[in-house]
Write a protein that binds this ligand. Structure first.
Ligand code: SF4
Length: 173
């Protein structure tokens, strides 16, 4: 018994040898991958058991991050396994106090309809001095930290092709 354990016993605590908890990555399959979230490109080691991702952590052999990850990369396994993740469209109509479940087809059509209507109503073709600008002033786009590089690229191309000039990203990357 160590001096600390002896001291705790003297104070009335029951001291037992700690049982080794089984590792959640015991017998797991291990693969390396690249974080999909931003252009830093950190290396990640993912562990799976029976086809289910149980852990993701920074790859200590990767030259960019040397085992470290930001909080977003560290929570990557939740992309594969998260019972709280929404998988159906939820819509709350203007003025309503409740969410309705809608189909994906309905949501995509409704978004397209509203984007077109707003673009048509707010497109500016020329400045007052006659300079052609063709910009859409009624729409802004905020990129999400939850989309990956390729999705961000596609989103920015789509917005620029619509004439949207108010583009930003929550992480300003
Ligand atoms: S999101 Fe974080 S973990 Fe992923 S590549 Fe960027 S800095 Fe690295």
């Amino acid at each position: 018994m160590t001096v600390t354990a002896a001291a705790l016993t003297g104070l009335g605590f029951e001291v037992k040898a700690a049982a080794a908890a089984p590792l959640r990555i015991a017998n797991a399959e291990e693969v390396t991958t690249i974080c999909p979230y931003c252009g830093v490109g950190c290396g990640i080691v993912c562990h799976s058991v029976g086809g289910k991702v149980v852990n993701c952590e920074g790859d200590p052999d990767h030259p960019i991050n040397e085992g470290t990850l930001c909080s977003k990369g560290a929570s990557l396994y939740q992309v594969a396994d998260n019972e709280l993740r929404l998988t159906k469209v939820k819509y709350r109509a203007p003025g309503s106090d409740r969410w309705e479940e809608k189909s994906w087809d309905w949501a995509i059509e409704e978004i397209a309809k509203r984007v077109k209507q707003t673009r048509d109503e707010t497109m500016v073709h020329r400045e007052a001095n006659g300079t052609i600008v063709n910009r859409t002033e009624g729409i802004a786009h905020l990129g999400s930290a939850c989309i990956d590089n390729e999705e961000a690229y596609a989103a920015s191309k789509l917005m620029r092709s619509l004439g949207v000039v108010y583009l930003d990203h929550c992480a300003r990357l």
